[in-house]
Design a protein around this ligand. Structure first.
Ligand SMILES: [Zn+2]
Ligand SMILES: [Zn+2]
Ligand SMILES: [Zn+2]
Ligand SMILES: [Zn+2]
Ligand SMILES: [Zn+2]
Ligand SMILES: [Zn+2]
Length: 185
């Protein structure tokens, strides 16, 4: 026996033409936007299902779609949830390189979003000796207007470690007392 379709909206068996969508069936008159002020037939336009109701795309965008925290426009499609807000994929981007962050990691500097790579380049302190970043747990010294890993702050001639030691500076480089005092003209 052929199953008689039941209208999802009025729950009456449909004898005649019906509309099938989303594994459900409707009488043609009931396949309309769930907003009573609109009730546009959905057969001719795009629609979105929200909480078991069907809405025309217009109403969905106007009333139901999450709003993007950056451009304030409705988000239809992929949503990025971050910083207790919702964003379009193309609106949640690194301010330095403009690449979408998506579901990747990021850093928030004063409300500005940076991808991990650019954040490291821009905000992580680099050691003047080895050019590698100084990580939060690292021991480091500030000297000659630069930052150094403790183990990288060495005499430029003999490599003796100068942390906590007296040192001389020549051309922005540290030297132990012995080599800093030597003049090699
Ligand atoms: Zn019906
Ligand atoms: Zn509508
Ligand atoms: Zn947006
Ligand atoms: Zn970036
Ligand atoms: Zn270093
Ligand atoms: Zn030395």
């Amino acid at each position: 026996g052929a199953r008689v379709p039941i209208c999802t909206s009025c729950h009456i068996s449909i004898r005649g033409p019906f509309i099938a969508a989303l594994d459900k069936t409707w009488c043609p008159d009931h396949f309309v936007c769930a907003n009573p002020a609109c009730a546009v037939p959905l057969i001719n336009c795009g629609f979105v299902e929200e909480a078991d109701q069907l809405y025309c795309e217009n109403d969905f965008e106007k009333y139901l779609a999450p709003k993007c925290a950056k451009c304030s426009r409705a988000i239809v499609g992929e949503v990025v949830n971050a910083l207790r807000n919702t964003y379009h994929m193309h609106c949640f981007v690194c301010v330095a390189c403009g690449q979408p962050i998506g579901s990747g990691s990021f850093h928030n500097e004063d409300g500005k979003i940076y991808c991990i790579k650019d954040w490291g380049k821009l905000f992580q302190t680099k050691c003047y000796g080895c050019q590698f970043p100084i990580e939060p747990g690292d021991k480091w010294v500030e000297a000659l207007s630069q930052n150094w890993h403790s183990e990288c702050f060495n005499c430029s001639t003999c490599q003796m470690n100068l942390e906590g030691q007296p040192f001389c500076a020549k051309n922005g480089k540290p030297y132990c007392k012995k080599h800093g005092a030597t003049r090699n003209f």
